[in-house]
Design a protein around this ligand. Structure first.
Ligand code: ADP
Ligand SMILES: CCCC(=O)OP(=O)(O)O
Length: 367
């Protein structure tokens, strides 16, 4: 079959920018550009990283001798938009506005649609996003927090959780829509989702909500103590937010968000590093246990994925707590670039109509 479409895919994460070039669904180039903490720390806000991240992408393509004028479409990971259903969305003005203001908060994925649009408009080709971090399929019961003004939100690694869940189902010879899975993405942020018959019915808000602490996030924090900290007069709002997102978790305890550094410290006998790493694994296991209750204990498999899943020691630390629940499948890294390319391809091939942001049916989800 003749190849038809060349697609650039862009995935900005909190600790890296990943890019890929696909000829139809075949990846011809991919690169993970890791960003040192100090490189990112000089920007006060995520949106300020726009030029830096765009330049990094264009330089990398230039370095590889990839001619941008040959692209037919650009597809990026979508950010903190209004809650929407999964699928491929064409970048439009409302979306750009919401990404720029960070409608639901700040995260590197907000830059995806903006950078894709900027490069695509210069080439007169379409820009898309697929399964953004705000995909919302929560059961109504999962939205209660105990404070009516603060409903729980669905903010998670939707793109990779869905892609890897489908891969796991395929590897088990089953259909994703017929399965009950607990999928745990462990990257800069960590999210644990209960997937029931193709829907993520409960998941922790891995950005500034709840769940385990992560390489750079605090996760659930004792609420009363957090309120006291906020009103202590010692911190500005942005400083408290930084403690929760960016400088929380491993960063706060060990001054690094790189799990490989932590593994090296542990290997050289650092007991404090071991304890912190074990605590992160313990909190992940607790969240998985909680999602097994969501699925009434009927769990077909637990899927572990994301950058941290490369760490064998770390996987062992989690597994000892949860291997009684169900079989554990490990897919290190992520399948997001492929999922982005395939999302764009379905639309380019007219197999799917791109969705219109915010909603096609006028019924906006509440948050
Ligand atoms: N080979 C590895 N062994 C252990 N940890 C790793 C490895 N590769 C990446 N990581 C860790 O995974 C985390 C980043 O995961 P990733 O999914 O790439 O994050 P994001 O997309 O959120 O930037 C970092 O803490 C990084 O150190
Ligand atoms: C929870 C939103 C997605 C997220 O945390 O992504 P990273 O791990 O790439 O920061």
């Amino acid at each position: 079959m003749q190849l038809q479409y060349r697609i650039l895919v862009i995935n900005p994460g909190s600790t890296s920018t990943k890019i890929g070039v696909f000829d139809d669904n075949i990846c011809i180039f991919e690169k993970t550009i890791r960003h040192e903490t100090k490189e990112i720390a000089r920007f006060d806000h995520i949106i300020d990283q726009y030029d830096f991240r765009k330049q990094v992408i264009l330089e990398q393509l230039d370095h590889e001798g990839i001619n941008v004028s040959k692209f037919h479409a650009i597809c990026a990971r979508g950010g903190l938009l209004r809650p929407i259903e999964g699928g491929t969305y064409k970048v439009n003005d409302t979306m750009l506005h919401d990404l720029r203001i960070g409608y639901n908060g700040e995260h590197a994925s907000n830059l995806g649609g903006i950078i894709a649009h900027e490069i695509a408009s210069g080439l007169n080709i379409p820009a898309y996003i697929v399964d953004p971090v705000v995909v919302d399929e929560l059961d109504e019961i999962a939205r209660f927090s105990g404070v009516p003004e603060i409903p729980r939100k669905s903010i998670f690694h939707a793109l990779n959780q869905k892609a890897v869940a489908r891969k796991a189902a395929k590897d088990m010879g089953r259909s994703y829509e017929d399965m009950r899975l607990i999928v745990t993405h462990m990257g800069g942020g960590i999210t644990v989702g209960a997937h029931q018959n193709g829907r993520v019915v409960d998941v922790n808000n891995g950005l500034h909500g709840d769940g385990p602490f992560s390489p750079e996030r605090a996760g659930t924090v004792p609420a009363g103590d957090l309120v006291a900290l906020c009103f202590s007069g010692q911190y500005y709002r942005d400083e408290v937010m930084k403690k929760l997102v960016g400088n929380g978790g491993l960063m706060a305890y060990l001054q690094t968000n790189d799990a490989r550094d932590v593994e090296e410290k542990i290997a050289s006998g650092d007991q404090e590093a071991r304890l912190v790493y074990e605590a992160m694994a313990y909190q992940i296991a607790k969240e998985i246990g909680s999602m097994s209750a969501v699925l009434s204990g009927k769990v077909d498999a637990i899927v572990l994925t994301g950058g941290l899943a490369y760490g064998k020691t770390f996987i062992d630390m989690i597994s000892t707590h949860i291997d009684w629940i169900a079989d554990i499948l490990v897919y290190p890294g992520e399948d997001e670039l492929q999922a982005l390319a395939e999302g764009a391809l379905r639309v380019l091939r007219d197999e799917e109509i791109p969705k219109v942001y915010p909603r096609t049916d006028g019924k906006e989800l509440t948050i």
